[in-house]
Design a protein around this ligand. Sequence first.
Ligand code: NDP
Length: 245
Amino acid sequence: MKFKDQVVLITGGGRGIGAATASRFASEGARVVVSDMDLSPAEEVAKPLHGLAIACDVTDRGSVEAMVGRVVGELGRLDALICCAGIIRDNLLFKMTDEDWDSVIDTHLKGTFLCARAAQKPMVGRKYGKMVFLSSTSALGNRGQTNYSTAKAGLQGMARTLAIELGPFNINVNTVAPGFIETRMTRATAERMGVDFEAFKVGAASQIPLGRIGQPDDVAAVIAFLCSEDASFISGQTIYVRGGP
Ligand code: NDP
């Protein structure tokens, strides 16, 4: 029960990696706040975990500030912020629209910035906090993902900078960078490419040194570690969770 009584807020918590992260924290004693664009997936995850569900569009400042205000108002504190909300709008550069670019940059970069800025206030006040942002192996470059890889690389810089700014307030800021994780997002990629998802997973696994694709729980475990006391001297780092170097 490493996180007993701690309050952990997870954006994009209604599905995939965010949902697994909420379960992981709840299983270790945390009070989880599951936030997502729509209330119903957030409620589905939060209910069995006895958590709080909040609908929040992370690209909207008012919505983000209201969410953090409600968490602190109702639960009295905020120990950890996990930013999982994300979308993909893949296209080769010559076909990528302004909308593809703006929506991805807004969701990942502006969304994480707005959440971090709102969350630091109660954390700085208590001189305690953990933030984990979701980067990706795409930060290293990935065909068809100019928008997404730019955003995911940017999040690593954001975490390093916030680690410097917030370190004096005992706040650790890190990113995890998953490789291929089996979620709705990777299923959507297969669909867009016109590839059967099962065949897509087999193909991906063959490229991974550990010989398998990742599951949301693989990422949730690393996020939980980064928020635990075992990782209290780790900040501004990116941990790749991809079954290989
Ligand atoms: P999912 O699509 O399963 O979950 C993402 C969640 O974020 C969805 O519930 C989605 O809601 C929500 N969301 C999207 N936009 C917003 C918004 N503006 N405000 C609030 N919530 C929003 O994705 P994953 O679990 O796979 O991904 C989680 C994170 O991990 C993402 O940041 C992703 O980029 C990253 N990642 C994933 C990898 C993978 O292989 N799956 C690999 C590397 C990184 P809705 O359903 O309404 O769109």
